[in-house]
Ligand binder design. Structure first.
Ligand code: GBH
Length: 472
């Protein structure tokens, strides 16, 4: 833990404190002002796909209430806001005609953020593909790399004078693993590995071409990704063999067939390896011999573009120890009585330290945590305060571990809490509440939770408040 008696800061001076969201999860206004339907609008209306039949139609109504939400962000002292663009708001059909009203929405949002001193971080793709493109095959159609490039070009032309920070993709692992393999997320299909990897290759190609486009149009652009994570945590931190086992679990991909085959895509290596190192993990050739021959050899040059940061999302990991098997590690069985968040996920603060260390060693880029948080059972006291001490406790422990990476001189660029406000948690609908701000879905009233008030102090003190609340 950092030493409170020294003057060492807990986070770098230029560290950015923010909160994150995604279009489908907060915007609502699903058919307002010419927006076209996305795959999630379609998926959530098919019975049985989303808990309680919840839909994206209204969500938090951010599309109509963003002025108020920016005021709340400003009150919280947020330095940055990560949001995603709804592709079908800008191109109702995915390609073809631009919907000017949709583009204007994002332009005005950016202006208002900047006027409030909040730096916009734009995610180009956070899972809500235009349905019109799904009907043409979605990520399985190689043309999607061109559609995505055109979409990107339109955005950077419009926003590039003001938005400098660009994230091409959020968690390809999840929208392919859950959407194309497991079938539990939109578009809800379950394809064999061969086809899912074709889609993965198209995502990577789209990433590379979009990255080039952003640099072409945006002066001083900073470009990167936000990947989902499968983080190995050493069971014994003091044993180097455990640390190496955890590193392998984090960096080396695994191959699974059968009912949990979607976990194959969870590994980080399928994305950053081609994007940053210009190659796929070797096990691809081992399991799908000749797979890459179907693509032009020049694809890899397009995919592998210089990036400015490595962004990752972290919620929990797997605790591992060394093992005498092919992988060199094995997961420890779950401990009885382990703490869990409301969604049922375990609490593993130290993963934020280990992830930072393993990713920096492997990719040598400044790091962002673009998502971290929890769903919690909040309650309202007699004065109307939203009590969420679980969130404060969780954040204190996770952020202390992130600070440890700074102590090790790993370059940390920022931290974004997931999420700014309670929102549509995909197949889990509105039951899970990940927000710093409580949303009453009947009245759409927002109430900052106690954690929001606490987070403001953390931001203001650049993290000191975590370790010694009395200092600030
Ligand atoms: C994110 O998905 C999404 O980007 C966001 O939209 C969503 O609302 C938010 O999280 C909350 O769910 O260690 O191998 O068991 C996160 C999905 C869940 C994927 C945890 C990785 C751990 C994998 N992640 N999971 S493992």
């Amino acid at each position: 833990m950092p030493n409170l008696h020294t003057q060492d800061p807990f986070f770098p001076d230029a560290f950015v404190w923010g909160a994150a969201t995604a279009s489908a999860q907060i915007e609502g206004g699903w058919n307002q002002d010419g927006r076209g339907p996305s795959i999630w609008d379609v998926f959530c209306r098919q019975e049985g796909n989303v808990l309680n039949g919840d839909t994206t139609s209204q969500a938090c109504d951010f599309y109509n209430r963003w002025h108020d939400d920016i005021a709340l962000m400003s009150q919280m002292g947020l330095q940055a806001f990560r949001f995603s663009i709804s592709w079908s708001r800008v191109f109702p059909d995915g390609t073809g005609e631009i919907n000017q009203a949709g583009l204007d929405f994002y332009s005005q949002l950016v202006d208002a953020l900047l006027a409030n001193g909040i730096r916009p971080y734009v995610t180009l793709y956070h899972w809500d593909l235009p349905q019109a493109l799904q009907l043409k095959g979605g990520w399985l159609n190689r043309d999607i790399a061109d559609w995505f490039t055109r979409y990107t070009e339109t955005l950077v032309q419009c926003l590039g004078d003001r938005v400098k920070d660009w994230i091409t993709f959020n968690e390809p692992q999840i929208f392919l693993g859950f959407g194309y393999s497991d079938g539990t997320h939109a578009p809800g299909v379950s394809l064999p590995h061969e086809e899912v990897f074709q889609a993965a290759h198209h995502v990577n190609l789209a990433h590379g071409r979009a990255t080039k486009k952003i640099r072409e149009f945006v002066k001083d652009a900073k470009v990167g990704i936000a990947i989902a994570t499968k983080i190995g945590i050493p069971a014994d931190e003091h044993d180097p063999a455990h640390i190496e086992a955890a590193r392998k679990a984090t960096i080396h991909p695994e191959w699974k067939d059968g009912s949990d085959k979607h976990t194959t895509y969870l590994n980080n290596a399928w994305w950053p390896d081609p994007m940053i190192h210009g190659r796929y993990p070797e096990i691809l050739e081992k399991h799908l011999p000749g797979f890459l021959d179907q693509f032009p050899a020049s694809d890899m040059e397009e995919i592998c573009q210089p990036l400015d940061f490595f962004g990752y999302n972290y919620y929990f990991g797997i605790v591992v120890e060394p093992a005498d098997n092919e992988k060199g590690w094995q997961a420890l069985p779950e401990q009885a009585g382990e703490p869990r968040t409301m969604i049922g996920w375990p609490v593993h603060p130290s993963g934020l330290y280990w992830a930072s260390r393993f990713f920096y060693d492997a990719y040598q880029l400044p790091l962002y945590v673009f998502e971290n948080g929890l769903s919690s059972m909040d309650w309202v006291d007699t004065e109307g305060n939203v009590k969420d001490h679980h969130r404060i406790d969780f954040l204190t422990r996770y952020l202390a571990q992130y600070s440890r990476a700074h102590e090790d001189n790993i370059p940390l660029a920022g931290y974004f809490h997931w999420s700014l406000m309670d929102n549509f948690e995909w197949a889990q609908g509105y039951r899970e509440r990940f927000g710093l701000i409580h949303v009453d879905y009947q009245t759409l009233k927002r109430t900052p939770k106690e954690s929001a008030i606490w987070y403001q102090k953390v931001i203001q003190s650049n993290g000191k408040h975590l370790f010694s609340p009395s200092i600030t």
